[in-house]
Ligand binder design. Structure first.
Ligand code: FMN
Length: 366
């Protein structure tokens, strides 16, 4: 039995953060994304019908403040993924899981259970942790050094891999978890789950090289991305592994570039939730290394528009051309976020996807 997201070799398109209020747009506009279950379900159905490859949620426990308390409302990724898979036919869904807040034996069984229902269509996005106020809210300590965070994350994934592959009852003795007489059935229906990771520190990159099928990385654009792709793929290859490299984007696609730029200005300049933007950037700068110093210094606007991800702004031709540049830089795919995920995905599917087929990036019909 196959794992479609691993077996396909076209340029992959995913949707990111639709489970969070605002999506990736840190804006006060009244029509900002609500992240209700009903809207997520409508989105998943459109994604399934239009051949989007996957949906990726954010696991977030407290909002970023500001007028909107950006990311205050968040559908928890495991039940969200389960329900989306139950309502779709071919879409792949990742569950984003924090290693520090979720016992690996529980998560191993949750994910193996989902894989019974939708074989090969569920994956896991591992978060080793960075957002200190969430740790405080949870009554936990964020280890200040990256080594400890990723040692815990390594043991966490090792426990899951063992439980997914080893029969019978046994002990697993580790530094962070000491499991006596553990066993786990069911196993994943297809043997294992695709693993995604987005660490950008040296330790995060090494972790991804050891464990991930897809490495997520934030870049300034396709040009500086090419070098990053080469480095990340070389890291995996050195361990005899193969990992695809993906990057997140935010999309504003309109019939003309002028219309797209005007809409961007409306939601992300005139109506940005700047306090939330600044809180988000401050926390990223303090505890994570996903965004380089240069990105944090120069791209406040990008944080308002799309949480610091790369912009795909313009006409259908502009957007398709920019996606092609990411493919040429070696990326295996992107995630996209829209202000109105449903309506804007429908337009993207109508206008941009056929252009991607013409460019040879996507098959005719999925
Ligand atoms: C596409 C993508 C998805 C992510 N999802 C989450 C998430 O859901 N929750 C979270 O707390 N961090 C998330 N992160 C942050 C990373 O998991 C990682 O913890 C962070 O980049 C810090 O790692 P580093 O210090 O090794 O760079 C995400 C990052 C990216 C690029």
């Amino acid at each position: 039995m196959s794992i479609p997201i691993l077996d396909n070799d076209h340029f992959r398109l995913g949707l990111f953060s639709s489970n969070c209020s605002g999506g990736l747009a840190v804006t006060t506009i009244p029509e900002r994304w609500s992240a209700s279950w009903e809207d997520n379900l409508r989105l998943a159905r459109v994604a399934d019908e239009t051949g989007i490859d996957f949906m990726l949620p954010i696991a977030r426990w407290i909002g970023y403040g500001g007028d909107t308390n950006f990311h205050e409302g968040v559908l928890e990724p495991i039940p969200w993924a389960t329900a989306i898979l139950a309502h779709t036919e071919r879409l792949n869904v990742f569950a984003t899981v924090h290693t520090a807040f979720n016992h690996p034996a529980v998560v191993a069984k949750q994910l193996a259970t989902i894989d019974q229902m939708a074989p090969g269509r569920v994956g896991v996005n591992v978060v080793a942790g960075w957002n200190q106020p969430e740790y405080v809210a949870m009554g936990a300590d964020l280890p200040q050094d990256h080594d400890s965070r990723y040692q815990l994350a390594q043991e966490w994934i090792d426990v899951m891999n063992t439980l997914w592959s080893r029969d019978g009852r046994y002990d697993i003795k580790g530094r962070f978890w000491n499991l006596e007489g553990i066993e786990s059935l069911p196993k994943p229906a297809v043997g294992r789950l695709p693993i995604l990771n987005a660490g950008s520190s040296a330790q995060g990159k090494a972790y991804a090289a050891r464990n991930a099928d897809f490495v997520f990385t934030i870049v300034g654009g396709p040009e500086d991305g090419a070098g990053v792709v080469t480095e990340l793929q070389a890291n995996s290859a050195a361990l005899g592994r193969k990992a695809g490299v993906l990057t997140p984007t935010h999309v504003v696609c309109r019939p003309t570039r002028k219309e797209a730029e005007e809409y961007l200005h409306y939601y992300a300049v005139e109506n940005a939730d700047w306090d939330a933007v600044d809180n988000l950037m401050r926390l990223q700068g303090l505890h994570a290394q996903s965004f380089s110093k240069e990105l944090l210094e120069n791209f406040r606007g990008r944080f308002a528009a799309g949480h610091g991800t790369c912009p795909l702004i313009g006409s259908p031709d502009d957007v398709a051309d920019e996606i092609e540049r990411f493919a040429k830089a070696g990326f295996g795919g992107i995630t996209m976020a829209f202000v109105d995920y449903v309506g804007e995905l429908e337009y993207f599917a109508e206008e941009v996807m056929p252009r991607l087929v013409k460019k040879g990036l996507r098959p005719e019909a999925l």
